[in-house]
Design a protein around this ligand. Structure first.
Ligand code: IPE
Ligand code: IPE
Ligand code: MG
Length: 237
């Protein structure tokens, strides 16, 4: 049972974890150190989201475009992700369901196996769903959904005219989850950078002039307060 009095109750939140590189640069550190600090903040905010009753949270960790970065940065991020796969994404004691969104085929086989294990091991949890968007791209996700439905048509399981918004939503990596109520982007940038393009149709956008490694629980509280002040109309009056 979700506690209706919690500040995050029933909310779905997307978070674009941006600004790690600038955080490191400001301190004269290699960019990888910014990713390391960013990963620690991710763990803390993920746990906090669960504590305040959030329904789903989507953390953007690595985009389908991030591969164009220098090889040492990409391998640093992948190594860090691998370490978290082994030790930190372990919510065995928590009532958290873990999901990885994105194209896994480009990740090492042992990572893919561990991701599946973590998802299957937490599938029966009834609390928050914590989504990690890894090699994720909104356009890639939509293309993936189109391929899935096209294959069904080809197999004679679906007629083209049956393809509607609901079926498309059901073919996304986020199937069954609530669209983000708001998408939070620290670091001062005001763009989606290919994050949840399909699901963001009516998400409130909240940006913040602070780099992700400096992000705190109080910043999340402030973002929720800002979201609660917004007037959502979904096309109505
Ligand atoms: C976000 O921080 C992390 C990833 C994209 C993997 P950045 O690395 O983009 O940090 P900035 O934007 O360069 O400061
Ligand atoms: C978006 O940040 C991707 C992640 C936070 C994982 P980027 O830093 O890649 O976005 P751009 O390049 O500034 O648009
Ligand atoms: Mg960036």
């Amino acid at each position: 049972m979700q506690n209706e009095t919690l500040p995050g109750s029933g909310l779905s939140i997307g978070i674009i974890m941006d600004g790690n590189g600038r955080w490191a640069k400001k301190r004269g550190l290699p960019r990888t150190m910014g990713h390391k600090k960013g990963a620690e903040v991710f763990m803390d905010i993920g746990r906090y989201c669960s504590d305040i009753g959030v329904e789903s949270v989507f953390f953007y960790a690595f985009s389908t475009e991030n591969w164009i970065r220098p090889a040492d940065e990409v391998s640093g991020i992948m190594r860090l992700f691998g370490e978290y796969l082994i030790k930190a994404f372990d919510y065995k004691k928590d009532n958290i369901r873990l999901k990885f969104l994105g194209d896994r085929s480009r990740l090492p086989a042992e990572y893919q196996a561990r991701m599946q294990e973590l998802e299957e091991g937490s599938a029966d949890r009834t609390g928050m769903t914590l989504n990690i968007c890894m090699n994720y791209g909104g356009r890639d996700e939509i293309a993936h959904a189109a391929r899935t439905l096209a294959a069904k048509v080809q197999a004679g399981e679906l007629r083209p005219e049956e393809i509607d918004v609901e079926r498309m939503s059901g073919a996304m990596y986020t199937a069954g989850q609530k669209d983000p109520d708001f998408i939070l982007r620290p670091s001062g940038e005001k763009r989606l950078s290919n994050f949840m393009l399909w699901q963001a149709a009516y998400s409130e956008l909240i940006e913040l002039d602070k780099l992700w490694p400096d992000f705190t629980r109080a910043d999340l509280d402030a973002a929720i307060a800002e979201f609660n002040r917004r007037s959502r109309r979904f096309g109505g009056v």
